[in-house]
Unconditional design. Structure first.
Ligand SMILES: [Zn+2]
Length: 421
């Protein structure tokens, strides 16, 4: 209802205990409970993991919790038999900070007609709530293959938290799903590719000095600026192969009349599946070498750290599992996602096709008044219902065992890419 330009908005009211309702109504209650736990990245998510664990355990699931730092944890829930095959459904529990501009409390699920508002509703607690609700209502006694529900932390800061979970899943031969579904907001289309990303911080240091020495002596800020300029320059060539670079932060120095003793720049490179980010950044690495040499002449130092990295995803649209999923659900394939997520990491770790599918739109994620619609959640529940019937019930054997040699079990999210010069 809308009157005089003021929208009618109410806080969501959960059902009374004992009201059986539907999977969708279970999902609504779960979503409200999850939104009320402000799991911003780098903050504890233990209360949310506890909530999911409690519900899943009551429904007969098997749980493995992988503890992380400071009250954060990943969770692997298995519904159904301990066997290869089935489907792995994944979600991240963290959300970006609420920020300002909300017209209701971001950490209280609000109802505005068809829309359900709150931080994380689209990205991606709505999907997690639907997956848990549908799984908990399933008769798993009739399943011959499992559903793996995997939840991670700190995805929003570069898919950092999921690494320790993947390193365990990748060495478990009984975690061999036919397909991975990652529930990022795609407006319920099946997306089969996304870009990869790598991020770095470069720090330079040397002795300070009087700025009058500038004509004859470089300083830390000069060198960091030169590297930042190289990042910008390679960006235009990166765009030619569907990639990009960005200088995110830059700082250094203490005063206008002092040669800067310390400076720092952070930057990223996004790339397509077929492109090597190291090759795209080769012009940057040449500049880093020049900067290193300049700093060493001043007996200073230079350090480059790879902060985060996730690979690009490329699942063929004609992959038999994608075709099976599309036929099963009646959902169309929308191809490439405009943002990155954990799907590439799952595909790499488990050597299986991964597809991104979830309610909500990326256009209102990470913004004030983030929302999903009731219709999207209803459709997510019904789609997941047919996915579980198609992958886990009897008569659905694993199509083909994934090749364990193609798995990537490294616990380090940034293998071989941390270095100092
Ligand atoms: Zn997300």
């Amino acid at each position: 209802m809308e009157a005089c330009g003021v929208r009618s908005r109410t806080n969501f009211v959960p059902r009374r205990q004992g009201d059986r309702g539907s999977a969708f109504e279970d999902a609504l209650d779960l979503l409200a409970a999850m939104v009320a736990i402000p799991t911003e990245s780098r903050k504890p998510n233990a209360a949310l993991v506890d909530l999911v664990s409690e519900r899943a355990e009551a429904a007969g699931a098997d749980l493995k919790r992988v503890e992380g730092p400071a009250g954060r944890a990943n969770l692997h829930v298995r519904f159904g038999p301990e066997a290869p095959g089935g489907v792995l459904v994944s979600g991240h529990t963290d959300v970006v900070p609420a920020g300002s501009g909300w017209t209701s409390d971001p950490y209280q699920l609000a109802v505005d007609g068809e829309r359900l508002l709150g931080r994380g509703t689209a990205d991606m607690k709505g999907f997690i709530a639907c997956a848990l609700a549908v799984a908990c209502r399933s008769d798993i006694s009739g399943w011959t293959a499992p559903l793996h529900l995997c939840l991670s932390y700190d995805e929003e800061i570069g898919c950092v938290g999921v690494a320790s979970l993947l390193s365990r899943l990748a060495v478990d031969p009984l975690v061999a799903p036919r397909v991975v579904l990652v529930g990022e907001p795609t407006e319920l289309t099946l997306c089969t590719s996304h870009s990869g990303k790598v991020t770095y911080t470069l720090r330079a240091s040397c002795d300070p000095g009087h700025s009058s020495l500038a004509p004859t002596r470089t300083n830390a800020l000069d060198q960091v600026v030169a590297v930042a300029r190289a990042v910008i320059e390679v960006g235009s060539r990166a765009a030619e192969v569907g990639g990009s670079t960005n200088v995110g932060t830059l700082w250094g120095g203490t005063a206008v009349n002092v040669l800067a003793a310390a400076a720092e720049v952070s930057f990223e490179c996004r790339h397509q599946y077929c492109s090597d980010p190291q090759e795209m950044l080769s012009g940057v690495w040449s500049q880093v070498e020049k900067a290193r040499s300049a700093m060493s002449k001043l007996e200073g130092g230079l350090e480059v750290v790879c902060d985060t990295r996730y690979p690009a995803l490329f699942t063929r649209e004609d992959d038999p599992e994608v075709r099976f999923l599309a036929d099963l659900t009646g959902r169309s394939c929308a191809g490439h996602l405009p943002f990155g997520c954990e799907a590439g990491l799952y595909a790499e770790a488990l050597a299986v096709p991964a597809v991104v599918f979830g309610p909500g739109s990326i256009s209102n994620a990470h913004r004030p008044d983030e929302f999903v619609t009731r219709k999207q959640l209803v459709e997510t529940c019904s789609t997941l219902r047919v996915v579980l019937d198609g992958y886990c019930r009897s008569g659905c054997p694993p199509r083909q065992a994934p090749d364990p040699n193609r798995r990537h079990a490294s616990a380090d999210p940034i293998p071989n890419m941390r270095f100092k010069t």
